[in-house]
Design a protein around this ligand. Structure first.
Ligand SMILES: [Zn+2]
Length: 480
């Protein structure tokens, strides 16, 4: 690990010097309309669904031009993912990791644009203006793809030999579940071995949280909630709407179900490390199920982010999002289906979700429940050498000595679960600039954008984490 500190300062300066290069790379990636409409969708305007391959090939060529080993792997025609590697120690790329190795994860697909007219810059133009890169995917998650590629290139250009491999996975298909991206990659033995690092960083964390005393923390998500789709199928009996007493209106029965979902009191679990960290940061007593709401009230407006973290990490949620009933305005519907979005804490599976809903609706004999798993809740250990390294790296990369990592449980789900499933402890943390705190980033909405300061901050963090976690074994003589 000798020379880690000495190696880092010039690398961070090199990242700052590559500001325009990084933003141009991101803008170039944004210009590929890698829109993922979801499974089974043919695509749009003659462009196949996702169509990540042209973008993946562009990134591969950029990485190869920097002297990095990079390849595109297609799970299906047009569904390409990039795997790249900056080898440390000269070790064979396919050998199982014996020394630390770090995987930087991102994805190249993006969600659709609802109304392009509402965007100040065309969503796929890759416009750079006002020190900002605009466009769909500029944050989610092409910023991570650009930052990880830039980080590897900067380390390679400097001729710094890392003590272990730095691996990049820029995957297809994250936005519709990853079956054609990270899910596929990790299921192919020859590819899984390439991405099976000793630890990984991914999207889903890194938001900056302002703490008392004007200090700053970045969310470090150790896991993600599970996601299920539950359908509550209600049966009644049909009839003419002019004689409602002869029918059992399934819509009216649905009203009872929806009221129960709304009024259900969730079981509160405060075991995640986020609760202790927040209590410590704010000088509050330990958070328990009994005092959670009072704690949130005490935090007030200034603690809104911390409150959100605690709410999310403390409970499973069941939220009705779609309802389907009826075929004609003068016919009483005999059936009604309520679809719910269910987010679970670690430890819950399909059977537990089904049981939970059955108990809630136990006395309603006209109800049937179907539950489909989208993503099972998953997590990695809080104590891990990557966290120690990242805690150092965030101070160095942000330039703030008071910067810390705030444990979090990501409420959404990402490709991290695929990496965790093949034994890679994975942490969601892609921090931007600490001043970049607006909740309106346009992610999955209108006018997605990222300040170039945030792109640079993320690249600095990746470089600092790689150097700190993997260590430096060589000098800084130019290698090419
Ligand atoms: Zn994403």
């Amino acid at each position: 690990m000798a020379g880690t500190d000495d190696a880092l300062s010039p690398l961070l300066r090199a990242v700052d010097g590559a500001r325009d290069e990084a933003s141009n790379l991101l803008a170039d990636l944004v210009r590929f309309p890698t829109v993922n409409f979801g499974d089974g969708h043919a695509g749009h305007g003659g462009v196949p669904n996702g169509n990540e391959t042209p973008c993946a090939e562009f990134l591969r060529d950029w990485l190869r031009h920097e002297g990095l080993a990079a390849d595109v792997h297609e799970s299906a025609p047009t569904r390409g993912s990039v795997i790249a590697r900056l080898p440390g120690n000269g070790r064979a790329p396919t050998a199982p990791p014996s020394n630390p190795s770090l995987l930087l994860m991102s994805h190249l697909d993006v969600v659709p644009v609802e109304d392009p007219e509402a965007w100040p810059h065309p969503p796929f133009a890759g416009t750079i203006a006002d020190d900002t890169v605009f466009g769909r995917g500029s944050r989610d998650a092409k910023a991570l793809a650009a930052a990880s590629a830039m980080a590897a290139a900067i380390i390679r250009r400097a001729g710094v030999a890392l003590g272990g491999d730095l691996v990049i996975l820029a995957a297809a298909d994250e936005e519709s579940g990853g079956r054609f991206g990270a899910g596929w990659v990790t299921a192919q033995p020859d590819l899984a071995v390439q991405v099976r690092a000793t630890a990984a960083l991914n999207e889903g964390g890194g938001a900056s949280v302002r703490l008392p005393g004007n200090t700053v923390a970045y969310t470090w998500a150790t896991g993600e909630k599970g996601r299920y789709e539950a359908r509550i199928i209600i049966s009644g009996s049909s009839g003419h709407a002019s004689a409602p007493w002869r029918a059992q209106n399934a819509l009216e029965r649905a009203a009872e179900v929806i009221a129960r979902l709304r009024d259900a009191v969730p079981a509160i679990d405060t075991s995640h490390p986020t609760f202790r960290a927040i209590a410590d940061a704010y000088g509050l007593p330990a958070v328990t199920a009994a005092n959670l709401e009072a704690t949130i009230t005490r935090l007030g407006d200034a603690g809104r982010t911390a409150a959100g973290l605690m709410r999310g990490a403390s409970r499973c949620t069941v939220v009705p999002t779609m309802i389907h009933a009826g075929i004609k305005s003068n016919s009483i519907p005999s059936g009604c289906t309520i679809t719910c979005d269910v987010r679970t804490l670690p430890g819950y599976d399909t059977a537990a979700v089904t049981r939970h809903l059955e108990e809630m609706l136990a006395d309603l004999p006209w109800v049937r429940i179907e539950v489909d798993e989208t993503a099972i809740s998953n997590d990695s250990p809080w104590d891990h050498p990557l966290r120690d390294a990242a805690a150092v790296a965030i101070r160095r990369s942000s330039g703030r000595d008071d910067a810390t990592l705030m444990p979090a449980l990501c409420a959404g789900f990402t490709d991290s679960r695929f990496a965790r499933a093949i034994g890679v402890p994975t942490y969601d943390c892609a921090p931007g600039d600490w001043r970049d705190t607006s909740p309106d980033t346009g992610v999955h909405g209108t006018n997605e954008r990222i300040p170039i300061d945030s792109l640079v901050a993320m690249t600095r963090f990746y470089v600092a984490t790689a150097v700190t976690y993997l260590g430096v074994v060589g000098g800084s003589s130019k290698s090419s």
